[in-house]
Design a protein around this ligand. Structure first.
Ligand code: NDP
Length: 240
């Protein structure tokens, strides 16, 4: 039986590439998405991967959906927390909704999903959790106090849960992508994007596949000794 993997925000962008890479590697993949039914339908038709609509920022709905996935496919053994949004603005212009939406969707969601899968992973003595952070959670970014705080929180969350899971065969790691060519980044004004690319030593944006390959590595059996780490995948833009 192939292992069951849930990828949140799996129907577009980086998540779609992760789903495809995992499916190609033989995992049983289930994708989640938040509201874009059209994209999810096209994704499922194109890849054959089922997509489940639920808001990862909602604790109860997430719990119910993950129980349903366990009934339909088996308990989730691999969880990739990838769903994320931006609601940018400088602090003096940001309202509470912008702050809260990003914290709930990008950070609280990790609690919601992990809480729903952690018991079965611990019972089984195996689990792989990969949380998608960001270069902007490591370095901060103008106009993104909400996003930088949420992503930075993911890195702390990862290290704490890694300590709890280690003796039970559950590894927890984070990936901190740099700028990757998806709709999220295409929303950045062209002039700003040019300046960003100029600061990337390898001279290009990342691709969703660059991130997907890193996820594949971290969930593999050969990565069982890696836990609590953050893998920076950013073309050399931020090193520390
Ligand atoms: P996209 O905007 O292309 O896709 C986001 C995905 O998340 C969609 O599938 C979307 O579903 C889903 N989603 C959003 N909100 C929710 C929600 N409340 N519940 C469930 N699903 C939700 O994003 P990217 O592929 O660019 O980014 C993926 C991850 O990588 C994010 O966490 C992002 O912060 C991170 N990242 C991205 C970088 C980049 O340069 N692109 C750089 C660093 C990190 P729907 O289609 O229904 O809206």
């Amino acid at each position: 039986m192939s292992k069951v993997a849930l990828v949140t925000g799996g129907t577009r962008g980086i998540g779609e590439a992760i789903c495809t890479a995992l499916k190609d590697a033989g995992y049983t993949v289930v994708a989640n998405y938040g509201g874009n039914d059209e994209a999810a339908k096209a994704f499922t038709e194109h890849t054959g991967i089922p997509s489940f609509k639920f808001d990862v920022s909602n604790f109860e709905k997430t719990k119910e959906a993950i129980e349903q996935i366990a009934t339909d496919y088996g308990p989730v053994e691999i969880l990739v927390n990838n769903a994320g949004i931006t609601r940018d603005g400088t602090m003096h212009r940001m309202d509470f909704e912008q702050w809260n939406a990003v914290i709930q969707t990008n950070l609280a969601s990790c609690f919601n999903t992990c809480r729903a899968v952690i018991d079965s992973m611990r019972e089984k003595g195996f689990g792989r959790i990969v949380n998608i952070g960001s270069i902007n959670g490591q370095a901060g970014q103008y106009g993104q106090v909400n996003y930088a705080a949420a992503k930075s929180g993911i890195h702390g969350f990862t290290k704490a849960l890694a300590q709890e899971g280690a003796a039970k065969g559950v590894t927890v790691n984070a990936i901190a992508p740099g700028y990757v060519d998806t709709e999220m980044v295409r929303a950045v004004p062209e002039e700003v994007l040019k300046k960003i690319v100029a600061k990337i030593p390898v001279g290009r944006l990342g691709t969703p596949e660059d991130i997907a390959r890193s996820v594949l590595f971290l969930i593999g059996d050969e990565a069982g000794f890696i836990t609590g780490s953050t893998l920076s995948v950013n073309g050399g833009q931020h090193m520390y």
